[in-house]
Design a protein around this ligand. Structure first.
Ligand code: MG
Length: 459
């Protein structure tokens, strides 16, 4: 069914597009565990990010942009499919996709951004961390990517016995402590991956992809492994940042972004290429200096406070996206819709989507259509945002901490109080009732058949 839909898409697209109507290229640069407060242009006082700062100055800095979940796998599933992970089944906290000994992955029935664009004649490439299933049937080139160079899961997995126990290996990391495989499509070309050079090599591979496909529409998904612990950087960046080791890692990522943007500019592709820079979830605060910062936002990775799911986001499209700070809400869930809209791709109508088309807001022709955000941990709805209001049914103060179920939900006005400090529930019972109705309407859309996917993948 999915393959038929892709071929139909390609036929329709070929019939309607004119030779001089080449649709834009898309590049998504996705960091791992980068916090809201970790970039110069998002307020960090000592991490130097000149390339990202310039990208933000030339493009749009989105200050209320969200991911689909506060941890890696479900966040990536949401980005790739435009659907909340509770629909695709990639939402369980169990050991299903997260670890090398698990057997699950992104179901074939899901349609990724790569598959949707491939149906419109795009070249599709992925560089970096996948983490949507490491078995052969789940790898990126089974989900619409023509090519993949990268690692199948997080860089702290496949840990061996060569390093010290516990956190010590993470606080003084050597790449030999982890047997993470580096793939080129099905083939493992290096194991353990020399993570010291991984950011540089991802950037080089991204530039090679751009060069190889500059004459045709392309989609490049560049999913960095950094700054997820264990941290690594290449020799040129050691002891370079005023912020220390973590700052070195971010400054190398910044240089990599500069390299990709330079490639786009120098090949004359700037005005026909949208580059989106963002992160998969908030900073891993538990690692202290080895983790990032959520800036003024509360908490970090693994939580449904803003620090866990609001991410620093820059959208760059010279000549089309007017340089500005955008305070409208947006989400990685919206990228599939936005790209399909810009590439004139029709999405199938046989499933529920959770994304919206941001292309009007990017072009400056109208507001973002997104008005709500749903904050899940696993398959449980912890909180929701509607307009400026956010209500928490449950919360955890930090990743791994015990959850609190709030008998009276917590209520914050995020635009007055982005740090979620002042609970206004007692003052606004009417808003609590209104948000409860929004939550009920949302949960009513979770079809039993979609939830069954969770059970299938557990087996
Ligand atoms: Mg992550």
């Amino acid at each position: 069914m999915k393959k038929l839909w892709m071929w139909l898409g390609l036929l329709l697209w070929c019939g309607t597009i004119q030779a001089d109507d080449r649709p834009p290229n898309f590049i998504v640069i996705f960091c791992d565990d980068l916090g809201y407060g970790d970039l110069g242009c998002f307020g960090h006082p000592t991490i130097a990010t000149p390339h990202l700062d310039q990208m933000a100055a030339e493009g749009q800095r989105w200050t209320q942009f969200y991911v689909a979940a506060p941890v890696c796998t479900p966040s990536r599933a949401g980005l790739m499919t435009g659907r909340l992970p509770v629909r695709s089944g990639l939402c369980s906290p169990k050991r299903r996709v997260l670890f090398p000994d698990s057997a699950g992955g992104l179901p074939d029935s899901e349609i990724t951004i790569a598959e949707a664009l491939k149906g419109a004649g795009y070249a599709t490439g992925m560089v970096g961390k996948w983490h949507l299933g490491h078995l052969p049937q789940f790898l990126p080139h089974r989900h619409g990517f023509d090519q993949w160079f990268g690692v199948p899961y997080s860089n702290d997995m496949d840990r061996n016995q060569k390093g010290p126990k516990g956190w010590d290996a993470l606080l003084d990391p050597k790449y030999e402590y982890w047997d993470v495989p580096l793939h080129r499509n099905d083939e493992v070309i290096e194991q353990p991956t020399d993570q010291r050079t991984i950011t540089r090599r991802y950037g080089d591979e991204a530039v090679r992809f751009i060069d190889a496909h500059k004459e045709e529409p392309f989609f490049l998904y560049l999913a960095h492994s950094m700054p997820h612990v264990p941290l690594f950087r290449s020799d040129r960046f050691i002891d370079r940042s005023q912020r220390g080791f973590y700052g070195d890692v971010i400054e190398e990522l910044d240089a990599s972004v500069g390299k990709v943007l330079d490639a786009v500019r120098s090949r004359g592709l700037s005005e026909n290429t949208i580059v989106i820079f963002t992160s998969d979830n908030g900073p891993w605060l538990e690692y202290g200096d080895m983790g990032g910062s959520a800036g003024l936002l509360r908490a970090g990775k693994g939580t449904t406070f803003e620090g866990g799911m609001r991410v620093p986001t820059i959208i760059w499209w010279p000549g089309t996206a007017k340089p500005e700070v955008v305070t409208d809400p947006g989400a990685t869930l919206d990228l599939l819709h936005t790209f399909c809209s810009l590439a004139s791709v029709q999405l199938p109508t046989d499933r529920i989507y959770d994304g919206s088309d941001l292309s009007g807001r990017i072009r400056g022709t109208g507001p973002s259509p997104r008005n709500s955000v749903f904050y899940y941990r696993g398959d449980v709805l912890y909180a929701l945002r509607s307009g400026p209001w956010k209500m928490h049914f449950r919360s955890r103060p930090r990743s791994g901490a015990k959850e609190t179920i709030h008998k009276t939900p917590l209520l914050y006005h995020l635009e007055h109080d982005p740090s979620e400090k002042k609970d206004l529930a007692k003052k606004h019972p009417d808003i609590i009732e209104r948000l409860k109705a929004v939550a009920e309407a949302h949960t009513a859309t979770l079809k039993p058949v979609e939830n069954q996917m969770i059970k299938v993948l557990h087996e």
